[in-house]
Design a protein around this ligand. Sequence first.
Ligand SMILES: Cc1ncc(COP(=O)(O)O)c(C=O)c1O
Length: 386
Amino acid sequence: MSHLFPTYARWDVTPVKAKGAYLTAKDGKEYLDFTSGISVCNLGHTPDNVKKAVEKQLEKFWHTSNLFQIELQENVAKQLTDASGLDLVFFSNSGAEANEAAIKLARKSTGRTKIITFIDSFHGRTFATMAATGQDKIKTGFGPMLESFEYVRMNDIKALKAALDSNTAAVMFEVIQGEGGINSGDTDFLLEVEKLAHANGSLVIIDEIQTGIGRTGKAFAFQHIGLDPDIISVAKGIANGFPLGAIVGKAALADAFSAGSHGSTFGGNPVALAAAEETLNTIFNDSFLAEVSAKGDKLNGLLTEALSNVDFVKQLKGKGLMVGIELTKEAGPFVAKAREQGLLILTAGTHVLRLLPPLNVTDEEIEKAVDTIATVLQEKAVQQDS
Ligand SMILES: Cc1ncc(COP(=O)(O)O)c(C=O)c1O
């Protein structure tokens, strides 16, 4: 009997070893992993350079506290500000905590309370981030929710205009919704959202937790559109699997986060930061990011070809190596079937297969994954089950 709360519908796979894009289970079965720990192990599993950086830090010290000058925090903050064009960083341990910090900062700096978010968004599981999330299923049984959140449909500018008022602290969104189904905001819509929010004295918060750290072929997804956010939140891939989150914001917000206003015991842990410094050093590099885009194009092209005769494939979605295959059937059974065949993939929402391979995936691994997906989607037995 398990001694864990059953919060996860866990797969029957017990990892014992993982390297690059491959994961080995206790029963000896080897899997090609196109989940990357849900967009976390962006350099693949246990990359040597990150391992070395972590080992080096373990020899020095693991934790002091945020009462000290932590050089690694300054180094990683510089990497994040250089790559984003923003100015200041607060470190947390997770994505939800980063979004909590963003929401607190928006409220305090504007003196307003309302946060507008999008339907089908996902921002986390804490009380503020659960309230921010535009999906009822995340909230069931946990009410009452934190007040002052309002939800509008992505790409509906009329609804956004109607929701914006003099009490709106921020509009907060993912450029591509990850958990909600790989749904992209239209360029014109997102630019208009930013214009209207700023004209209204409201901040723009972009949740880059799933889309950031190179996943879409740029350091951050907002850069494809040329948006000018006031705050971005990051986590997941920032330290290739070590727990770390961050917000990166404009210098004008500094006063609202004065000493004693916000904090975290573990936030900005030196071991996680050593992993982050090495990870960002590799990923925030133009030729690495160009390769991510090229690999994304290859994956997309091969999927388009291989799935052209599958009539229940509705469309391919996403950008770079964040890929959704939208089906007219439930996606879950196909994920299970792919796993049986040695390929790990995810769902996004109910009808989308989500592929999040490591950003340094090889052409051969892409070809192998596409072959398996094509086989699985063409199998009659699964089609009947779903
Ligand atoms: C877009 C987005 N925001 C926030 C979160 C929450 O991050 P965490 O699970 O690290 O709290 C996630 C996690 O899936 C996410 O995808």
